[in-house]
Design a protein around this ligand. Sequence first.
Ligand code: NAD
Length: 499
Amino acid sequence: MTVKTIPHFLDGEESNGVGERTQPVFNPATGEQTGELRLADAADLETAVAAARKAAESWNDISLAKRTGVLFRFRELVASHIDELAELVTAEHGKVISDAKGEIGRGLEVVEFACGIPQLLKGAYSDQASTGIDVFSYRQPVGVVAGITPFNFPVMVPLWMAPVAIATGNAFILKPSERDPSASMLLARLWAEAGLPAGVFQVLHGGKETVDGLLTHPDVDAVSFVGSTPIARYVQETATAHGKRVQALGGAKNHAIILPDADLDNAADHLAAAAFGSAGERCMAISVAVAVGDAADALVGKVAERAEAVKVAEGTDPGAEMGPVITAASRDRMKGIVTDAAAAGARLVVDGREFTVAGKEGGNWFGPTVIDNVGTDMGAYTEEIFGPVLSVVRVETVEEAIELINSNPYGNGTAIFTSSGSNARKFHRGVHVGMIGVNVPIPVPVAYHSFGGWKNSLFGDKHIYGEEGVAFYTRAKVVTQRWPEPTHASGASYNFPSN
Ligand code: NAD
């Protein structure tokens, strides 16, 4: 297998930079190294930030008509390269091709939203606010935005950020996950082909050092981060201490509650898809099923049947429904959590710990796993497993289920399965969670509503994309203006101006 070098994309072109360090990239389905990623050093970071600063100044002066022209072309290019993008995602992330195409589709929604940016930047005008005085407000870009993204959505998450940041007139530096960086390189080439000027979208690879450099650089104005909770908290604290605006989306432990009046076959289908799709490596995956009252026994049986039937294979296999997990270390961590839960008295209904794919034993395999009677003190409940493991917790009432969700430190997503409108209403009004599904297991908001969790799932006050995204990447200006008649002289007044 040939190992390709993965360069940065700096100031309009691919570049190996001057940093000498590199890091291997693997195919999780085989364990083989497929790439060698160039890592930025301090000089590469300076190059990227300087190019971004320069590009931001002129890009903001380009007309809205020309800017949206670039976005429309980019939309077409991403759509016409969906196969190539999906193959890159599957080769480095491991998810199945159809799922990779799904994430690209959700990313495209945000590009389409950004194509309508003139409507959102119209501002507001108050004629004759005081005699002879008009007041108007409009928004301007913050300048240079850094986007730091996780491994689990190598196309969608960068597209949650960049289209909105760029449409609003900023320059954007993407620091993608080191585990699956190739898709972001294709995105950079497509932006350039769409006519985006050099320096407006750049890709800078690296780990902690590069992130720290971006969080503290005086010429970076805003940081959008998506990743795990400890790093999200650190990013928010560090970057705000350096005067930047920050939105940092963190981890999750998403509960779905299933009431006895739900259609249990439908709920089991959705639960299995939300727990095992993308090998559970979604921040909106359902990792806890809260079975209420009589729902539990039947539900566990139905979910177990589905878990056993999931076709786990390399993501390029046309029949595959679930691929490997990202690293061997992550697989081993999951094994430990499941083993500990069983030792603490939980019931392993479906056990994926020893699963492997014949002929691909070097891959990071972990089969769908269902654990019943999970206690809230067990690691299977308290930790974000980020793998294909569904923990079932049993409670007696809907109120108890809501209380359980609210005592969890995360608040990203949650769902209820029921046929009762009043219980659904009690649930969505009562839970301290940002994104809620009613008979919808993975309620990722469409692009014109913003995405964001509560509590330890979001640090900062603005959600990502949608109108909150536009607000995050821009600053408001209010102009109060008077155009006196040439002959009019009112004389100086030393009082505070009032109406
Ligand atoms: P991660 O936190 O390990 O990495 C995210 C980014 O931070 C990467 O670009 C990485 O290079 C960088 N990073 C890692 N360690 C760092 C450090 N010590 N200092 C500075 N930067 C560092 O997350 P991951 O494993 O790539 O992604 C999975 C996590 O992301 C899960 O917790 C998942 O829930 C979360 N996630 C959240 C959302 C959301 O919208 N809330 C969406 C997707 C993923």
